[in-house]
Design a binder for this molecule. Structure first.
Ligand code: FAD
Ligand code: NAP
Length: 431
């Protein structure tokens, strides 16, 4: 009997590997279940090695951040059109057999792999063969090539690493005591830059990995409703690529999902619950969704869900991106929801289609009276996307609208918004 044990190359710690292998073993054993017809139930006995009936195997394990589920990539397609200045992908993972469940508003955690080309460039620069044994983040030994590929961050530089490299670096020692200058230096610099700038800093392989941060999973807002896709999870991934210091940089996880994750190799994932970003319990409650770029992700999930449940509350979406012709994410679906009356209003802001920037908050201000009327009728407001600029500016626009349309002072408007927050009628999923 074939037992699908995880390949050695699968990106798990030994503890996770042992646990998953055990799970696969149990699954494979279940194939020996007596009576393999559709009527088979959990009460049927299992055959042990000696043919004796044994109790049914334990329930499937619970998958979580420490025990991620190896999910198969079902699909990835580009959402942005030909000639777009952005690369945004719709990515679908299968959750079949995981027992995992999620709610709209949740995120998916993804354990990525680093770019093998970057790993090979590092090995060549360091003069390592790649086979040198090093400890992984959990202390288990593995070849350095594998450690760099799957277990350590190569894009961010830890303080201990900078301190260790400083004696071999021309100007780094001066920067270590100047926080702002150090931040400027670190922007867009990775391990390869540091090694190239510190040509005599060539630590032993084990010492080097001890100075690196463990590779962290990345979160993505789920863009599907489990009512519509019970065995799958959809994501909306903005691919991070930029040039810095003369080299093309690739965001680890977004380019892993867009370019390197193979359809036939499972990717370790987990559900990250987000109780602070939930549809209202009352399906008649109106909702106002404000999202720019990939910030549309949870709103696609909300709309799928509201349609599937037949929720009667009106739905208003503000969506912003760069250019209508190429960056109108999910345009057909959104127009379909408009036609079917699921989406009550859709206001778009394409920032680069005219000389003056036009953002979601400008559309909100244009619709101030109606938006305030929705608030007064009990609407919930959701904001998703860029935390640094968009979410701040959208909040300022909300305050202006409450002040202007409600005839309130700035202080009263702040209190109004604080009350919306307190009563969970103003929720944000910003990053
Ligand atoms: C709750 C939550 C939900 C999220 N939902 C989504 C989502 O739905 N869709 C989505 O695409 N992302 C989402 N993200 C962001 C996502 O988790 C990752 O941060 C993103 O994909 C980048 O990860 P990466 O591994 O590709 O890039 P990394 O390798 O982590 O690199 C990113 C880093 O590169 C640097 N950088 C990026 N651009 C530039 C630039 N132009 N110049 C210089 N430096 C730059 C920045 O320091 C940045 O932190 C979410 C994050 C959170 C916390
Ligand atoms: N942490 C990470 O590594 C990481 C990775 C990927 C994305 N992100 C962040 O995730 C967020 C979403 O990224 P994204 O690429 O999908 O979209 P985005 O960069 O937020 O761009 C979407 C739209 O928002 C507009 N915009 C810019 N500033 C704005 C503001 N102050 N108020 C309102 N709209 C504004 C953009 O216009 P213009 O561009 O024309 O100005 C564009 O039309 C961003 O914060 C991005 O930095 C973070």
């Amino acid at each position: 009997m074939y037992v699908p044990y995880l390949p050695e190359t699968a990106p798990f710690t030994p503890e996770q590997r042992a646990w998953l292998n055990n799970f696969f073993r149990e699954l494979a054993l279940s194939a020996l279940r007596v009576g393999s017809d559709d009527q088979a139930t959990d009460t049927l006995p299992f055959l042990s090695g000696d043919g004796q009936a044994t109790p049914a195997p334990p329930a499937p394990p619970r998958y979580d951040r420490k025990h991620p589920f190896p999910a198969h990539l079902l699909q990835r397609r580009r959402l942005t059109g030909e000639g777009s200045s952005k690369d945004i992908r719709h990515v679908i993972f299968s959750l079949e057999g995981s027992g995992l469940s999620y709610e709209v508003g949740d995120a998916l955690g993804v354990y990525p792999e680093n770019d093998p080309e970057l790993v090979e460039a590092l090995l060549a620069t360091l003069g390592y063969s790649g086979d040198e044994p090093v400890p992984g983040p959990d202390g288990t030994e593995l070849p350095i090539r594998e450690a760099l590929l799957r277990h350590y961050e190569l894009g961010t530089l830890s303080r201990p690493l900078l301190e260790a490299a400083a004696p071999a670096h021309e100007w780094l020692p001066k920067l270590l005591d100047d926080r702002e200058a150090l931040q400027r230096y670190l922007a867009g610099r990775d391990l390869l830059d540091l090694l190239r700038e510190a040509p005599t800093f060539r630590p032993d392989p084990a010492l080097l990995v001890g100075l690196l941060r463990p590779l962290a999973p990345r979160l993505y807002s789920i863009s599907s409703s489990p009512r519509v896709h019970p065995e799958a999870v959809h994501l909306t991934v903005g691919v991070v690529r930029y040039k810095a210091h003369g080299r093309l940089r690739k965001g680890v996880c977004s380019t892993f999902l867009a370019e390197r994750a193979a359809l036939e190799h499972p990717v370790p994932v987990f559900v990250h619950t987000n109780p602070g970003f939930r549809l209202p319990a009352d399906p008649d409650t109106p909702i106002i969704m404000i999202g720019a770029g990939t910030g549309i992700a949870p709103f696609r999930a909300f709309l799928e869900d509201r349609e599937a449940t037949g929720a009667r509350g009106p739905n208003w979406l503000f969506f912003g991106e760069r250019n209508r012709a190429t960056d109108f994410l999910y345009q057909e679906e959104l127009e379909g929801w408009l036609q079917r009356g699921v989406l009550t209003r859709l206001d778009t802001a394409f920032s680069r289609d005219q000389a003056q920037k036009c953002y979601v908050q400008h559309r909100m201000l244009e619709q101030a009276r109606t938006l305030y009327a929705w608030l007064e009728k009990g609407a919930c407001v959701y904001v998703c996307g860029d935390a640094t600029h968009m979410a701040r500016d959208v909040e300022a626009a909300l305050l202006t609208i409450i002040q202007q349309e409600g005839g309130r002072s700035e202080e009263d408007a702040r209190a109004y918004l604080a009350n919306l927050k307190k009563t969970r009628r103003y929720q944000r999923d910003v990053y």
